[in-house]
Design a protein around this ligand. Structure first.
Ligand code: TRP
Length: 337
C-alpha cells in the first residue's frame, strides 16, 4: 500500500476492465488492451470482468458463453494477468450486478439511452423500437459493473466513451439522491487505450467475425500462412516496384513487432529491393517470436482446464465479497437495508 502525507496507508485506486467473452483473443487485444492491463496491475487494484450478460444483448444464444469465457481467461493468464492479485470473473456469477442494474435503471431516462451514439452505430437501420429492452439499457448494466467495484479508472476503446459518461451521470445521480453527505460511488474516468489499433490482415478493422485476425493461440505455421494473405500497398505489384510503407498494414505490424528493423524495411520497400512476400515472412517470424512466451503459457493452461475453472471460481468468490459490501452500502444509503 502507498502512504499518504499523514503516513496512513492509502488504498490503491481501482481499475475495472471488461470484455465480452469472445473466446480466443487476437493480436489487437494484446496490443490494445492486455499489455496495458498487465502494466497497470501492480499500481492499481484490477478487476477483470467477463461481460457474459452483455453478450446476450446482441445474441441470445448462451451455449458457448462458458467455454468462450474459459478460452479468454486462458489468454488473459498467458498474457501475464496475475490471478492472485487481480480477480477475473463472469458478471453472471455475481448476482449483485443485476440488483444494482435495476436500481440504476430508475436513475436514467430512456431518452438519454436512445441518444447513445454507440447504440445508434450498433443498430444502424433497425428502428429503436425493435431492439431489446436490455440492449437499450446495456450501458446501465455496464455502470453497475463498474460501480459495484467502485472503479476509478476504466480502460476502454473510443466506442465505449459514451458508456463511461453515462456511468458518471448515474454515479452522480445516485450520490445526490441517496448519499449527499457521504457519496457511495466515485465518478470513474475512462482511460483510452493508446496504441493505434492494429488493422486486420484484409485492411479492415481487426475482428474475429471478419476472419482477418492473428490469434494469440495460433501456431507458427498458421501465423505464417495468415500473414502471407495480408493485403499490402496495391501499387506495389511485384518485387522491384517501389512501395509505400505508410499505407501498408504489414509495415505497421513491423513497427509493433520488429521495431529495430523498421528503417531497413522502409528503405527496402521504398526502393523496391524488398518484395512483399519476403517482407511478410520476416514480419511473421517476429510475431511468432513475440508470441512464443504467450504460446507456452497458454499451452500450460490448455492441458489444465480444471485449474483455469478454479481460478475463475476463486475470482468470482472474491468479486462477490466486494459486490456484497457495496450493496450493503447502497441499501443503507437508500434506507432499504
Ligand atoms: N460494454 C463493453 C463492450 O461491449 C463490455 C463491458 C461490459 C465493459 N461491462 C464493462 C467494459 C465494464 C468496461 C467496463 O465491449
Amino acid at each position: 500500500m502507498k502512504e499518504n502525507i499523514s503516513g496512513l496507508p492509502q488504498p490503491k485506486k481501482v481499475i475495472l476492465s471488461g470484455m465480452r467473452p469472445t473466446g480466443k483473443l487476437h493480436l489487437g487485444h494484446l496490443v490494445g488492451a492486455l499489455e496495458n492491463w498487465v502494466d497497470l496491475q501492480q499500481e492499481y487494484q484490477n478487476y477483470h470482468l467477463i461481460a457474459d450478460y452483455h453478450a446476450l444483448t446482441t445474441n441470445p444464444d448462451s451455449r458457448d458463453l462458458e467455454e468462450n469465457a474459459i478460452e479468454m481467461v486462458m489468454d488473459w493468464l498467458a498474457a501475464g494477468i496475475d490471478e492472485r492479485i487481480s480477480p477475473m470473473f463472469r458478471q453472471s456469477q455475481v448476482k449483485e450486478h443485476t440488483e444494482l442494474h435495476l436500481i440504476f435503471s430508475m436513475l436514467i431516462t430512456t431518452a438519454r439511452l436512445e441518444r447513445n451514439p454507440t447504440l445508434k452505430e450498433q443498430v444502424r437501420d433497425l428502428k429503436l423500437e425493435n431492439i431489446a429492452y436490455g440492449h437499450l439499457g446495456y450501458p446501465v448494466l455496464q455502470a453497475a459493473d463498474i460501480l459495484l467495484y467502485k472503479g476509478d479508472v476504466v480502460p476502454v476503446g473510443e466506442d465505449q466513451l459514451p458508456h463511461i459518461e453515462i456511468t458518471r451521470e448515474i454515479a452522480r445521480r445516485f450520490n445526490a439522491q441517496y448519499a449527499p453527505e457521504k457519496p457511495v460511488f466515485p465518478e470513474p474516468e475512462a482511460k483510452l487505450t493508446t496504441f493505434a489499433r492494429l488493422t486486420g490482415l484484409d485492411g479492415n478493422r481487426m475482428s474475429k467475425s471478419l476472419g482477418n485476425t492473428i490469434l494469440l493461440s495460433d501456431p507458427p505455421d498458421v501465423i505464417r500462412t495468415k500473414m502471407r494473405s495480408a493485403v499490402t500497398d496495391p501499387r506495389k505489384v511485384r518485387k522491384g516496384d517501389p512501395g509505400r510503407p505508410d499505407v501498408c498494414l504489414v509495415f505497421n505490424y513491423h513497427q509493433k513487432f520488429n521495431a529495430a528493423e523498421t528503417p531497413e524495411i522502409r528503405a527496402g520497400c521504398e526502393s523496391g529491393a524488398l518484395g512483399c512476400v519476403g517482407c511478410k515472412m520476416r514480419c511473421a517470424d517476429r510475431i511468432v517470436d513475440a508470441l512464443a512466451p504467450h504460446r507456452d503459457r497458454r499451452g500450460y493452461y490448455e492441458t489444465r482446464k480444471d485449474e483455469v475453472r478454479s481460478i475463475l471460481a476463486d475470482g468470482e468468490s472474491r468479486a462477490r465479497e466486494v459486490a456484497r459490501q457495496t450493496m450493503t452500502e447502497v441499501r443503507t444509503a437508500m434506507r432499504m437495508g
